[in-house]
Design a protein around this ligand. Structure first.
Ligand SMILES: [Zn+2]
Length: 356
């Protein structure tokens, strides 16, 4: 069950083909553009272009082309944010096993996955694995391709400058047989040292006709039908706003938003109800959902601050802005060992005074 075809991005594809034919394809590329437009899927297409064995590249039919879409090509290594491995001394083998598990999940869903949970990241062990694999010869063909999805989630500040430097060096001067493709919907969050070492390619949102073709793909349709989404194609097209992949995150986003709203409302009350809400955030194992809730809480607070400013409510706007700072601090701690329950209880004090 290969992943669904690539829709749209014709101009970028033409550009890549031209560069490939002129042998001027850069060794390190950044695909940047809105979340949900298919940048990682486009990166897999680029990988096919690079490993295809036939003339009309990428043909989609040769063995290397097919193994890219079955996520089995030994020289195409696709990494993206994953939950932190429990073992702090995770080896390259652990990372590869974990990614194989992730790829099996993505493959099972035909490459139709929701956005990575807020606490998932590309941890140092993964970055080191890329560096290690890049130094080896290709196993099957002549080239190796590394795809780093949501590259802004690469954790650089985990102590080892040596590892960060090794990755930067790889980006700057990949081996002649290696192409590195980063993708990001938040390129501003990438380290400047990373940005300056890649050729950035801007990917546009899809045209409505391309979105329509995507959502009519049988696999896509059945994935979307399983979610709480409008049934009609035209409603789905307008909801997608050029980024149909984000429709797949609808459930996770609305659950996180509902949880954020509950926390905000409960903070305005007193007594047991208030702490019951805080305690409803599991103490462990629910970090991803908790982190997503914090993201949505920040969005809510920004909306409340803007409404308050528009209404001339200076105190309300100040309270919302101050609460947003507390949430941002909580977000930076959410990946540590602080329990979601305790964090929520503390946050509820910070949320007081936010206008309803
Ligand atoms: Zn091919």
């Amino acid at each position: 069950m290969p992943i669904v075809p690539l829709y749209g991005h014709e101009a970028v594809r033409r550009r890549f083909r031209r560069m490939f034919e002129a042998k001027s394809l850069p060794g390190s590329v950044l695909l940047e553009g809105q979340r949900g437009i298919g940048k990682q899927r486009l990166a897999l297409w680029l990988a096919q272009l690079l490993v295809c064995e036939r003339d009309d590249k990428p043909c989609g039919g040769c063995m290397p082309c097919r193994s890219v879409l079955d996520l089995r090509h030994p020289d195409v290594f696709w990494v993206y944010p994953r939950p932190r491995l429990n073992d702090p001394n995770a080896t390259a083998e652990d990372v590869i096993d974990d990614l194989a598990e992730g790829s099996a999940e993505r493959l099972e869903k035909h490459g139709l996955y929701a956005r990575a949970s807020g606490s998932d990241a590309i941890f140092l062990a993964t970055t080191l694995t890329i560096v290690g694999k890049a130094a080896m010869s290709p196993a099957m063909g002549r080239r190796k391709v590394f795809i780093v999805g949501d590259a802004e989630r690469m954790v650089a500040q985990e102590g080892s400058d040596q590892a960060a430097n090794a990755f930067l060096k790889l980006l700057e001067e990949p081996p002649a047989d290696t192409t590195i493709v980063l993708t990001s919907s938040e390129p501003g969050a990438l380290l400047p040292t990373v940005r300056s070492r890649v050729i950035s390619i801007r990917c546009a949102p899809l045209a409505d006709s391309e979105v329509l073709a995507f959502i009519r793909d049988p696999e896509v349709k059945s994935a979307l039908d399983a979610l709480a989404l409008p049934r009609g194609d035209s409603e789905r097209v307008s909801l997608a706003r050029g980024a149909p992949g984000d429709l797949l995150s609808t459930t996770a986003i609305s659950a996180a938003r509902a949880a954020a709203l509950r926390l905000l409302e409960a903070s305005a009350t007193r007594g047991p109800a208030r702490y019951a809400t805080a305690l409803s955030h599991g103490s462990s194992g629910a970090r991803g959902a908790f982190s997503d809730m914090l993201t949505e809480l920040n969005v809510l607070l920004r909306e409340r601050a803007e409404t308050a400013i528009a209404a001339g409510d200076v105190h309300g706007a100040y309270a919302a802005a101050k609460a947003a700072i507390a949430v941002t601090e909580a977000q930076s701690r959410a990946d540590g060992n602080v329990s979601p329950q305790l964090t929520s209880a503390v946050l509820m004090d910070a949320l007081q005074g936010v206008p309803a």
